[in-house]
Design a binder for this molecule. Structure first.
Ligand code: MCA
Ligand code: AMP
Length: 467
């Protein structure tokens, strides 16, 4: 069922549902969520931009829904952001207050989220072009940029997935992903509220928690490849998922052996889908179509894709020729906050978004993601991490003279962050902890190698391919 309204909460306003969202040990009914969110929305009426410490808790669910009801722009903040990352997100976004708990070190005011408060005042639906979320995401250099996602884009992105996967109010969605990215937050929380399906958020995405959620009636499971690979290694948990309707993988490439092992253990061929913070999901395999290991499928409703070579020339869709993937469609972002330069650079003159990914498309329109154009964007555990941001954090340590960060292949994480560092008298673990304390913990190098010098070309630029 697809909604004509752009209101992301339209269905949730329908009949009550006792455990619409289960998160941790708490079950929230639709009445709980909308009543408490309504009370919060009333208190923040007129607020423009508000931050939410995106812990997987009932208070976060209510803060997000309250912000949406009030028509404010929400800035979800990773709960483990270190001081450098937190300061950047708060100043760059211009957030005026926290909804709910404020992290240490922030002097912004905080508006308490009262889970048991109720208010049923009607809030007018903001314009479709109103920005619902600013999501911070890493680029190849510099600090993360704020991706502006409108209410119109949210609705289009969620509805396209609902159509491709036949996701309806009969489903029970299960995942344990973070609530500050498109995957866990937009698809994974706003998605079920818009579609009207229940959500079980498992806190952490462990194999045991997913198996338990399957026993509790979960039908539609989301995970990043690291989650699926851990499940595929735990045959007993994997077998419990055989009762599911769909297992969906995304945010990074699902290794073919993991696809096959999951298929073997559950009897279900996983759905793979491709997207970005900037585009939400644009390509997926479908509930009623082929699910080819290593391929991400077809453009979703309203999306067009094309391949271009480095000079902007056409690349044939022959299943072999590799080109830069460009996309357009109604779920794309409205630009990077305060960064007209970066926004302009990411679009072609004729209005296509340059994903920065390299792909092939076959004659039937099936897509395979081959990799990224830049080695400076790393995908580790499904998280996108800019090498430049980690290098800046490392260079902030007094013992570090030079640093180069790369992603090396890793069986569990897809890529693992490895830092090559020229430094005096400091041990690797100290530097790992230093990055973990400045940025989100998942941005820490898993390995630091102290070296005499970094390989540089004649221009003095570090040659990462040699590392
Ligand atoms: C370890 N820890 C440390 C340190 N070392 N803490 C501080 N300092 C250190 N040096 C702690 C951590 O705090 C954490 O504690 C624990 O060790 C494990 O952390 P970590 O090793 O980082 O986690 P993991 O178990 O390896 O995580 C794997 C994961 C995670 C669960 C798969 O990577 C994950 O949630 N990925 C999802 C990413 C995602 O949603 N991406 C979507 C973006 P404790 O456990 O106690 O807290 S993509 C998107 O949105 C697009 C549009 C799309 O396509 O969907
Ligand atoms: P993020 O903005 O964190 O979602 O990161 C987006 C990037 O994740 C894309 O540009 C791709 O490089 C990668 N990505 C997302 N989904 C897939 C997928 N199914 N297969 C391969 N790479 C993916």
């Amino acid at each position: 069922m697809l909604l004509s309204s752009l209101d992301p909460l339209a269905v949730a306003r329908g009949d009550d549902m006792p455990d619409a969202v289960r998160i941790g040990d708490t079950a929230l009914s639709r009445t709980d969520i909308l009543g408490a969110a309504g009370a919060l929305a009333k208190r923040i009426a007129g607020a423009r931009r508000v931050a939410v410490l995106a812990e997987p808790t009932p208070a976060t669910v209510i803060a997000i829904v309250g912000g949406l009801l009030a028509g404010a722009t929400l800035v979800p903040v990773p709960p483990d952001s270190g001081p450098a990352e937190l300061a950047h997100i708060l100043s760059d976004s211009g957030a005026q207050a926290w909804l709910g708990r404020a992290p240490e070190g922030s002097d912004l005011p905080s508006v308490p989220v009262r889970v048991h408060a109720r208010d049923w005042h009607a809030h007018p639906e903001p314009a479709p072009s109103a920005i619902a979320f600013v999501l911070y995401t890493s680029g190849t250099t510099g600090a993360p940029k704020g991706v502006l996602l409108s209410r119109r884009a949210l609705a289009a992105g969620i509805d396209a997935m609902a159509e491709a996967w036949d996701w309806t109010s009969k489903d029970v969605l299960v995942h344990g992903l973070p609530l500050f990215h498109v995957h866990g937050l937009i698809l994974g929380l706003v998605g079920p509220l818009r579609v009207g399906s229940r959500l079980i958020h498992t806190g952490k995405p462990t194999p045991q928690a997913y198996a338990q959620a399957a026993r509790d009636g979960g039908t539609l499971f989301f995970g990043v490849p690291t989650v699926w690979s851990r499940i595929a290694d735990d045959a007993e948990s994997a077998r419990a998922l055989a009762t599911a309707r769909l297992l969906v993988s995304g945010s990074a490439a699902l290794p073919v052996p993991v696809f096959e092992r999951l298929h073997e253990l559950t009897g279900i061929a996983p759905i793979e889908r491709y997207g970005m913070s900037e585009t939400m999901l644009t390509v997926t395999t479908r509930v009623d179509g082929e699910r080819r290991p290593g391929w991400v499928g077809l453009p979703v409703r309203g999306v067009e894709t094309r391949l271009r070579d480095e000079h902007g020339g056409e690349v044939p869709h022959d299943g072999e020729s590799i080109g830069g993937l460009q996309v357009r469609g109604p779920m794309l972002f409205d630009g990077y906050l305060g960064r007209p330069d970066a926004t302009a650079e990411s679009w072609t003159e004729d209005g296509w978004f340059r994903t920065g990914d390299v792909a092939v498309v076959d004659a039937d329109g099936f897509h395979r993601i081959v990799g990224r154009e830049s080695t400076d964007l790393i995908k580790s555990g499904g998280y996108r991490i800019g090498a430049g941001e980690v290098e800046t954090a490392l260079l902030g340590h007094p013992a570090v003279r030079e640093a180069a960060v790369v992603g090396l292949p890793d069986a569990d994480l897809g890529q693992r962050i490895v830092a090559f560092v020229v430094a005096d008298g400091v041990d690797p673990q100290t530097l790992i902890d230093h990055v973990a304390s400045q940025l989100s913990v998942h941005k820490r190098p898993r390995e630091v190698r102290i070296v005499e010098s970094l390989p540089r070309n004649a221009m003095g630029k570090v040659q990462k391919k040699l590392l």
